[in-house]
Design a protein. Structure first.
Lengths: 226, 234
C-alpha cells in the first residue's frame, strides 16, 4: 500500500511539473508532427506501399518523439539537486521507477494519440478500422519503450552527452519490441485483424514488457543508489 | 552518557588516486551539534554526503543511530540539506513540502507542511511558485524540507549561505529548538560566528584529514578564527 502511495506521489509530481513547464511534451508533439509532415513528402499517399510501411513509419516517429520525453524524465531532477531530495527519502528505487515510468507513459501515449490522426490525414489512411487492437499494440509497445527508457534515463542522467547516449543505449535493446509493434501496427492500420502466426508478435510484446519491467524493478535501486 | 548518533570510523574517500578524505574518525553523541569547518575543497561536503548515504566511503564505515545511512530506516531519521536545495522550481512552496511529507510517509503531510512554512516565515508565500522566490526564501524552504519529517539527525551543508540577517535568525532559532528537543546536528560552514553560537563541538578538516575535533571553547566564540590559527594549514 505504501509502495503504491509513493508511486502515485512521484507520478503526480512529474505530471504536474511537466504540465506547468511543458518542456518535454511540447518538444515531443512538435517533433512528431514535423517528422510525419516531412516523411509525407517522401511517400506518395495514394500508394499501397505507403500503407504497408505505416507501422515502421509510425513507430520511428513514436520512438524518436518518446526519447525527448524520456530524456527529460531524470534530467528534470537535476536543477537544485532534486534527485538528492528523492534519494534522501525512504523511497525504494522500484517505486521511483514505476512512478516516473507511469508519468512518461502518459506523456508518450498522449503524443501518439495526437500523431495518429495527423498520420491519417497526411497519408490518407483510415487507421481506425481495428481501433481497439491497435490501442492494445500502442499500449504494449509504449510501455516497453517507457520501461527501458526510464531506467536508461536514470543511468545517463549525470552524463554530459546524455541526449546522445540515451538513444544509443536504448534503441538497440528495443529492436525485438519494435519488430513486433511495427508488424502488428502495419497489419491493423491496413484493417486486418491479428490472427494466425501474427499472434506470436503480440505474445512477444507481452513478454518483452514483462521481462524489462521485472529487470527495471530489480535494477533501479542499484542504478540510483549504487 | 548519550548514545552515539553519528559514528564515522576510519573513512577514506578516493577520487581516482586522489584521497579526498583520509582516515576520518569521530563520533557525535545524541543532542550535540558538530560544526565542521575547513577551507574550500577540504572535504566537508564529501564527508557529509557519505554520512547521508549518497556516496560510499572507499574505506571505513559510517553509522547513523547504529544503522548504515544507506538503509531506508536510517534515511527516515536523517534530514539532509546539501548545496542544492532539493526543491522543485515549478511547484509551490506548499506543494513541495507536501510532496516530501508524503514521500516520508507522514500521517498528515499538509499539516506538517503548513507548520514548517509558518516556522520558517514562508506562510505568506505558500502558494507562490519557488522559481519566483529569492535565494534566501529558497534556502529557508530547503531548511523546512530538511526538518519536515522530524529527523533525529540533521546533516547540513553550509546552511547559512545566502541568508540575510532575518533568515539567519530564523535558522538559528529552528536549529536551537531542534537541539533542545535532543536532535543531533552536523553542519559544515564557512560562517563561523553563526555556526559557533550553536555548536557544542567543532571539527576542522584540512586537506582531507580531521585536524582538530573537540568541544567548542570560549576562545573560539570570541575569536572564530582561533581554530584555524592553531590547527589549520597556513
Amino acid at each position: 500500500m505504501r509502495f503504491l502511495r509513493q508511486v502515485a506521489v512521484i507520478t503526480a509530481k512529474d505530471l504536474r511539473a511537466e504540465m506547468r513547464t511543458k518542456e518535454a511534451i511540447n518538444a515531443s508533439f512538435a517533433f512528431a508532427i514535423v517528422i510525419l509532415l516531412i516523411l509525407s513528402f517522401a511517400f506518395d499517399p495514394t500508394e499501397e506501399t505507403t500503407r504497408e510501411i505505416s507501422g515502421g513509419l509510425l513507430w520511428i516517429v513514436f520512438t524518436f518523439a518518446g526519447t525527448l520525453v524520456l530524456n527529460r524524465s531524470f534530467a528534470r531532477e537535476l536543477p537544485n539537486d532534486c534527485l538528492d531530495g528523492l534519494l534522501a527519502a525512504p523511497v525504494p528505487g522500484s517505486a521511483l521507477f514505476v512512478g516516473k515510468a507511469l508519468a512518461n507513459f502518459v506523456f508518450i501515449l498522449a503524443v501518439e494519440m495526437v500523431a495518429l490522426p495527423v498520420f491519417g490525414i497526411f497519408y490518407n489512411v483510415r487507421w481506425t478500422r481495428q481501433f481497439w487492437p491497435l490501442m492494445l499494440v500502442l499500449v504494449l509497445g509504449t510501455w516497453g519503450l517507457t520501461a527501458i527508457g526510464t531506467v536508461f534515463s536514470a543511468l545517463t542522467v549525470n552524463i554530459r552527452l546524455r541526449e546522445v547516449m540515451l538513444p544509443l543505449l536504448v534503441y538497440p535493446l528495443m529492436i525485438p519490441m519494435l519488430l513486433g509493434a511495427m508488424r502488428l501496427t502495419a497489419l491493423l492500420v491496413a484493417g486486418q485483424p491479428i490472427a494466425g502466426d501474427d499472434t506470436v508478435w503480440l505474445r512477444l510484446l507481452f513478454g518483452f514488457d514483462i521481462i524489462f519491467t521485472a529487470l527495471a524493478l530489480v535494477l533501479m535501486e542499484t542504478v540510483l543508489r549504487g | 552518557m548519550s548514545a552515539v548518533a553519528v559514528d564515522c570510523a576510519g573513512v577514506w574517500k578516493f577520487y581516482g588516486d586522489f584521497p579526498a578524505l583520509r582516515d576520518i574518525s569521530f563520533q557525535v553523541p545524541e543532542g550535540r551539534c558538530l560544526a565542521l569547518i575547513g577551507r574550500n575543497g577540504a572535504g566537508k561536503t564529501t564527508l557529509l554526503r557519505i554520512l547521508a548515504g549518497f556516496s560510499r566511503a572507499g574505506r571505513g564505515q559510517t553509522k547513523i543511530l547504529g544503522t548504515s545511512p544507506r538503509e531506508a530506516d536510517a534515511r527516515r531519521r536523517i534530514g539532509f540539506l546539501g548545496h542544492g536545495i532539493a526543491i522543485y522550481d515549478e511547484l509551490s512552496a506548499l506543494e513541495n513540502l507536501r510532496l516530501f511529507g508524503k514521500l516520508y510517509g507522514l500521517p498528515d503531510p499538509d499539516h506538517a507542511a503548513r507548520h514548517w512554512l509558518e516556522r520558517t516565515g514562508l506562510e505568506r508565500v505558500r502558494d507562490g511558485l519557488v522559481r519566483e522566490f529569492s535565494r534566501g526564501m529558497r534556502q529557508r524552504l530547503a531548511v523546512a524540507r530538511a526538518l519536515l519529517h522530524n529527523p533525529s539527525v540533521l546533516l547540513l551543508d553550509e546552511p547559512f549561505t545566502a541568508l540575510d540577517d532575518r533568515a539567519i535568525t530564523v535558522l538559528q532559532s529552528v536549529l536551537r529548538d531542534a537541539l533542545a528537543e535532543g536532535r543531533t546536528v552536523v553542519m559544515s560552514t564557512h560562517q563561523l560566528r553563526e555556526a559557533l553560537e550553536l555548536a557544542t563541538d567543532v571539527g576542522l578538516i584540512s586537506r582531507g584529514r580531521l585536524a582538530f575535533h573537540g568541544e567548542r571553547t570560549p576562545e573560539m566564540l570570541s575569536d572564530p578564527g582561533w581554530v584555524y590559527a592553531r590547527y589549520g594549514e597556513a
